[in-house]
Design a protein around this ligand. Sequence first.
Ligand SMILES: C[S@@+](CC[C@H](N)C(=O)[O-])C[C@H]1O[C@@H](n2cnc3c(N)ncnc32)[C@H](O)[C@@H]1O
Length: 245
Amino acid sequence: MAAQYDQLGDKVADWDVLPVRSEHLEGHTLFKALGSVEGQSVLDLACGDGLYTRQFKARGATRVVGVDISEEMIRGARRQEDAHPLGLTYHVADVAEMPALGAFDVVTAVYLLHYATSPEHLLRMCQNIHDHVKPGGRFVTYAFNPDFRAKGPAFTRYGITLRDYPEAPVDGQTISATLHTKSPFTIHFAHWSRSTYERALRAAGFQTLTWLLPECSPEGLRKEGPAFWRDYLDNPHAVALRCER
Ligand SMILES: C[S@@+](CC[C@H](N)C(=O)[O-])C[C@H]1O[C@@H](n2cnc3c(N)ncnc32)[C@H](O)[C@@H]1O
């Protein structure tokens, strides 16, 4: 499942402009869950081409490190670092197998956990994540919504369509989503229930888990109008989860 990002190449480059990835929605929700990173060290897992990695630095984080399984994605992140150096470092690794990179105040993972291929893989990811969070630190993730419902209005206007979404998905079932970029592409990942995520995170050592549904910022509501976002906010495709150790 993870290798698919090596094949996508430039196709993912313009997905950041889709409404579903808007700074007023995804960014707003992520940073609300995260809180301030000013003066803190951040490890950004599944960093892709570094969209949020760079934002953490811009928001005052000190040491910022990105990790992704895809060489192609890390190549893109390093290209941007070379063009506009911010002092970010990047590593290619599967989060479940990554070497020790130190202890961080904050570990983030925007769209990672649903790429776990089995409950064991999910647990290894969570254990490795926990090992990288300082005592008293936090892990904040944004992942496919385990409670997404099959029925509902078409999502194409938000830039994403869940294809043949099952009525009652079971753990490990493959979910396919098409991203409506200039050259649309489809990605595949796995459904994991809330309780499966929670079991793995608690087994890894996280104490307090807080789920946050996406919210649209006041500016986003003003720009598009509340009616535009209503269907999405009623049945969001992704949710945030804050875990404290
Ligand atoms: C949807 S992209 C998100 C990228 C970035 N977080 C963002 O929001 O722009 C998902 C990323 O997860 C990475 N990924 C999937 N499985 C992984 C794993 N086991 N370890 C590390 N990265 C993984 C993919 O290579 C891809 O870059």
